[in-house]
Design a protein around this ligand. Structure first.
Ligand SMILES: NC(=O)c1ccc[n+]([C@@H]2O[C@H](COP(=O)([O-])OP(=O)(O)OC[C@H]3O[C@@H](n4cnc5c(N)ncnc54)[C@H](O)[C@@H]3O)[C@@H](O)[C@H]2O)c1
Length: 276
């Protein structure tokens, strides 16, 4: 796809990968809508794009709320009249902890934002896309959904939602491609974002937080080094340009997925083969 003059709505784009993506798409001529729970940071992100000659608007929006999503859609409709591309990116940071200590509420909020928030946004933009017979949906999952390294043991609710986003995207691609709407799933590798330095700083469930060494134990050295948000955004945009279904900023992911498949998709084999 080409990006010039496209209306691109990105959730969670006040910071991190979403913000870097918004900035680059605006440079390429898209008109970007930054929708984020953090209204002040969203406004700052839009202003910085405008200061560089790009076109952007910001809307404070909690994707957990139907009324907030409806208000977002009204604001976008009033300004631009349509959404060409939705990038679902807003996710709750992982809650770290041992599985037996993670409170049920942490499961509920991860599913509410990361899964139902994506669904809520898709339901908001899809009817008009289907009517026009064109549109593009991107769901941001994680490399942990395709290469489930040992740290998944400390953040099972988060990785559950990332798997759900991937599976949702499979079904959406089958359902919508014949009707003119493209679907991609973006699986960032570990990325140093503003709120998650090294991509690994996570909120706790009030229980013991694993040390970084404990957290990274058994991770394949190829998947340990954080990339920048700008790198992740550039990989995403390149993948969207080619309209690829699976886009990942984990360097070498195709070969690593083959290795994982050959090991029978057994996550323990990922650890055993790492030798760390
Ligand atoms: N950073 C990484 O290492 C990494 C790795 C794999 C996948 N990802 C995924 O990439 C995406 C972006 O990650 P990031 O590190 O840039 O995130 P981030 O934490 O820097 O930014 C997330 C943004 O989402 C917003 N947000 C949170 N809850 C929201 C809600 N209910 N409604 C609206 N906005 C909300 C936050 O205010 C924040 O601005 C996420 O889906 C994340 O799971 C990140």
């Amino acid at each position: 796809m080409e990006f010039a003059h496209k209306i691109v709505l990105i959730t969670g784009a006040a910071t991190g990968i979403g913000r870097a993506t918004a900035r680059e798409l605006a440079r390429l001529g898209s008109r970007v809508v930054i929708a984020d729970l953090n209204g002040a940071k969203a406004e700052e992100a839009a202003s910085s794009i405008q200061a560089q000659g790009g076109e952007a608007m910001s809307v404070r929006c909690d994707v957990q709320r139907d009324d907030a999503v409806a208000a977002l859609m009204s604001a976008v409709s009033a300004k631009y009249g349509r959404v060409d591309v939705l990038i679902n990116n807003a996710s709750m940071p992982p809650v770290a902890g041992l599985i037996e200590d993670i409170p049920f509420e942490a499961w509920e909020s991860a599913l509410q934002v990361n899964v139902l928030g994506y669904v809520r946004m898709i339901r908001a933009v899809l009817p008009a896309m289907l009517e026009r017979g064109s549109g593009y949906l991107v769901n941001t999952a994680s490399s942990l959904a395709i290469l489930p390294d040992p740290p998944t043991r400390f953040q099972i609710p988060y990785t559950t939602t990332k798997g759900a986003q991937l599976a949702m995207s499979y079904g959406l691609a089958h359902a919508l491609h014949p009707r003119g709407v493209r679907v991609s799933v973006f699986c960032p590798g570990i990325t140093a974002t503003s709120d998650r330095p090294g991509g690994q700083s996570v909120t706790t469930s009030g229980t013991a937080m694993p040390s970084i060494a404990e957290f990274l134990h058994g991770v394949d050295p190829r998947r340990r080094t954080p990339a920048t948000a700008e790198f992740a955004a550039s990989v995403l945009i390149d993948g969207m340009r080619q309209e690829k279904f699976l886009i990942s900023s984990q360097v070498g992911y195709e070969e690593q997925i083959v290795e994982f498949a050959q090991a029978g998709l057994d996550p323990l084999a990922l650890m055993a083969s790492s030798g760390t």
